[in-house]
Design a protein around this ligand. Structure first.
Ligand SMILES: [Zn+2]
Length: 267
């Protein structure tokens, strides 16, 4: 009897562990992985007032102990290249980058493709209609908890500053010369009032368009603790629905933003 119980117990245990492993497999998305991240280098595009990326070689070569050794130091502003805007960037009480819940950064995603209109118009503003058109085409509302990616096609111009930013100049004076598409404030307002999204991303330097003076879309989204991913790439390789995003920024304590490694997994 003891023996039988033990065997039954054993069987149950094996079954349970089988169940757990199936569950884990079902939960972790499998499929083609697409990198949505620009590499960091001396070509990386930064906001015109931000310090650019620098890398300093510390070691490179054979040591006198007979092994090879390479190491570098790098410096970077938070807001440059593929990066995240933490809510505190434009909202005093918003989350810092280390406080953003992982559930906002990993999950189901959709893509809104406005590249047909945006690529020829560097002042293009993504509108409410762009969202409602997506919903009509997909026959679905933007799902609750979705990470919403906006494809303007501008990543194809990266890292050409003149084409991607609208100017090669830097400093405060260059801000008014910026031209690239972004999200219209009324569309940002519509999103936060009518839909429930976890994060937003775009393939331009900023969620607000280049000509924005007061960064209203940033304020609207970040005030609701919706982080923004900027300077994304490869969005043209994504479908409009049914894929997952993993977006993991460097965990900088009290950071207002950070370099971001972001990938998509297509089911
Ligand atoms: Zn930023």
């Amino acid at each position: 009897m003891i023996c039988l119980l033990t065997i039954m117990g054993c069987d149950k245990k094996t079954e349970r562990s089988k169940e757990v492993s199936t569950l884990q497999k079902a939960r972790f998305p499998t499929g083609e992985i697409i990198d949505l991240t620009h590499s960091f280098s001396e070509e990386t595009i930064y906001w015109v007032t931000a310090k650019e990326f620098e890398m300093e070689e510390v070691a490179k070569g054979m040591t006198d102990k007979g092994f090879y050794y390479a190491a570098n130091n790098f410096t970077t502003a938070e807001h440059g290249g593929t990066h995240i805007d933490a809510p505190i960037h434009f909202s005093e009480t918003g989350q810092t980058v280390d406080e953003i819940p992982l559930s906002n950064l990993i999950g189901n995603a959709i893509k809104i493709d406005v590249s047909e209109n945006a690529i020829s118009n560097p002042d293009y503003l993504i509108s409410i209609e762009d969202f409602t058109n997506w919903e009509k085409e997909e026959n679905s509302k933007i799902p609750d908890g979705a990470i919403v990616l906006l494809e303007t096609g501008f990543s194809k111009l990266y890292p050409n500053k003149l084409k991607y930013l609208g100017t090669e100049e830097r400093g405060e004076e260059a801000i008014k010369k910026l031209h690239f598409p972004g999200l219209a404030p009324e569309a940002a307002k519509w999103l936060v009032e009518n839909r429930s999204i976890h994060a937003i991303g775009i393939d331009t330097p900023s969620i607000d368009y280049g000509q924005s003076q007061d960064f209203e879309s940033h304020v609207i989204l970040l005030s609701k603790n919706i982080p923004a991913f900027e300077n994304l790439t490869n969005l043209d390789k994504l479908p409009s629905n049914n894929f997952q995003i993993i977006a993991l920024p460097m965990k900088i304590k009290r950071g207002s933003g950070a370099p971001l490694r972001i990938v998509a997994i297509i089911n």
